[in-house]
Design a protein around this ligand. Structure first.
Ligand code: ADP
Length: 455
């Protein structure tokens, strides 16, 4: 504030001196105009100096402001300080960007920034090495033109980046790359690419190993189980002390047989790169088959089974694989529901019509939410003793997940401890064809099985 007061005093002083001189000379108006003109000229001169100083880009070059006084001095110093502050924050940001670029260029993984139009914006050296991007040539080019695999284009445009994508490296099939994309800002994307060749080889070796071991074990287990069955068929000739041990041996060999069967199936699903021919088949018939087979296996449990599926729905897929997936879900529903439960298999479009769901619903023991994310892992069982009692292998849901994956479908689980579970297989709507007629839900209900008292 004191600068303003000084400035006004300066103006008054100029006017007083000009007025005094004018009064002495008898030319008061001319002298006052002259005083104001001198005052204005001084200010214009300062403005000219300010402009000349600013033209020299003082915040970048560090040129000090010209020496001056009063309000102008304050103005020069203020602008100089602001410029220095701005320069400092710019230097700081630049140093962060430089460090980020330097550190990412030392990385083994490729980091690529993609703009909202899908064009390459920036990438590190690893990206140039793994994907062959060249700065001058590829800057701004659509990434899908540079990574030309159709699976990549599908993944990139699909915008569901919850799972990474594995692909052979462009131009070098012996290497495997893993692509991961994250969205940020306004539809910009950050893509991370890793060379997972070694990991991929190890995974293949593991699959081979599990497949070979299971294959080798299958025959001895079948032989052992066959003999044990024969022995147990003639149990009356056995010394009574041996009946229980032989019974348990038979039970455990059946379990081993189930595990080997499931492992072989999983290995086949994982390694069969080429899917068998997928064609439309009647879904309602498949669901009825799964229902009646499951009901037969669990005859003694007193469950009530029902289904609901439009007769006209045809699902495009591998019928045998989908039978296996639905059968696994229905068997689980029956296994993990106390006797006399309700088990329902239904199929219809989802509310939005974008997808088609087959749901296996039970009112059984349910699953604690903490276990739900892990139940499709191999050998993961919520309650090991209960699963073993029911002949479970812990592989059933892993098989279901793999089969669904081969049909572009995924598994959704809704469950509440004590409140039953719903396992939904969600297919893209395009996998459903309508056979001739408009599908109308057809309800079937198997007659209630006779109640058996379980003690
Ligand atoms: P398992 O052979 O043990 O049944 P799965 O992979 O089929 O193995 O299932 C994994 C685990 O998920 C089971 O051990 C069980 O604890 C749980 N589970 C699966 N389905 C159901 C269900 N319908 N109700 C309750 N728990 C279930």
């Amino acid at each position: 504030m004191h600068y303003w007061r000084a400035e006004i005093l300066r103006l008054l002083l100029v006017l007083a001196v000009a007025g005094g001189v004018g009064w002495l000379l008898g030319e008061l108006p001319i002298a006052l105009v002259g005083g104001v003109a001198a005052y204005l000229s001084l200010n214009y001169w300062q403005l000219w100096r300010l402009r000349r100083w600013l033209k020299g880009n003082p915040s970048a070059t560090g040129i000090e402001p010209p020496e001056t006084f009063g309000l102008w001095g304050e103005l020069f110093d203020g602008i100089y300080r602001l410029g220095r502050q701005e320069q400092k924050s710019r230097d700081y940001l630049e140093s962060i960007i430089r460090k980020a670029q330097e550190s990412s260029s030392a990385l083994e993984i490729a980091v690529i920034m993609i703009n909202r139009q899908g064009g390459l914006e920036w990438w590190n050296q690893a990206a140039a090495r793994l994907l062959g991007f060249q700065h001058a040539r590829d800057q701004g080019h659509p990434v899908t033109n540079l990574v030309r695999d159709p699976r990549f284009a599908h993944y990139f445009h699909d915008a569901d980046y919850s799972e990474p994508l594995k692909l052979p490296a462009p131009g070098d099939n012996s290497r495997t790359l893993e692509f991961e994309i994250a969205q940020f800002g306004e539809q910009e994307r950050l893509m991370i690419v890793r060379d997972i060749t070694r990991l991929h080889h190890m995974e293949l070796m593991r699959e081979d190993f599990v497949g070979n071991v299971s294959h080798e074990l299958a025959t001895p287990i079948t032989v052992i189980k066959g003999y044990l069955e024969t022995i147990m068929d003639n149990a009356e000739h056995l010394d009574s002390r041996w009946r229980k041990p032989f019974g348990q041996m038979l039970q455990q060999s059946s379990r081993m047989e189930n595990i080997v069967r499931d492992l072989l199936m999983l290995t086949a699903l994982e390694t069969k790169a080429v899917k068998r021919r997928q064609q439309p088949f009647n879904l309602a018939a498949l669901i009825r088959e799964v229902e009646s087979d499951t009901a037969q296996v669990h005859q003694s449990r007193g469950h009530r089974f029902s289904t609901s599926c439009g007769e006209g729905f045809e699902l495009v897929g591998d019928r045998a694989e989908l039978y296996s997936a639905l059968s696994n879900l229905a068997q689980n529903a029956a296994k993990y529901t106390p006797d006399g439960g309700e088990i329902r298999i239904e199929a219809d479009y989802t509310e939005t019509g974008e997808a088609f769901e087959i749901r296996v619903i039970d009112n059984g023991i349910g699953i604690d939410p903490q276990h739900v994310p892990r139940i499709t892992e191999r050998f993961y069982r919520v309650d090991v003793s209960r699963s073993s009692e029911t002949g479970g292998t812990g592989l059933g849901l892993a098989i279901v997940k793999h089969i669904l994956l081969r049909h572009d479908a995924d598994l959704h689980v809704r469950s509440e401890p004590g409140g039953g579970s719903t396992f939904s297989c969600r297919f893209p709507a395009e996998r459903i064809e309508l056979a001739g007629q408009t599908p109308a839900p057809a309800e079937t209900r198997l007659p209630d099985p006779p109640r058996i008292n379980v003690h």
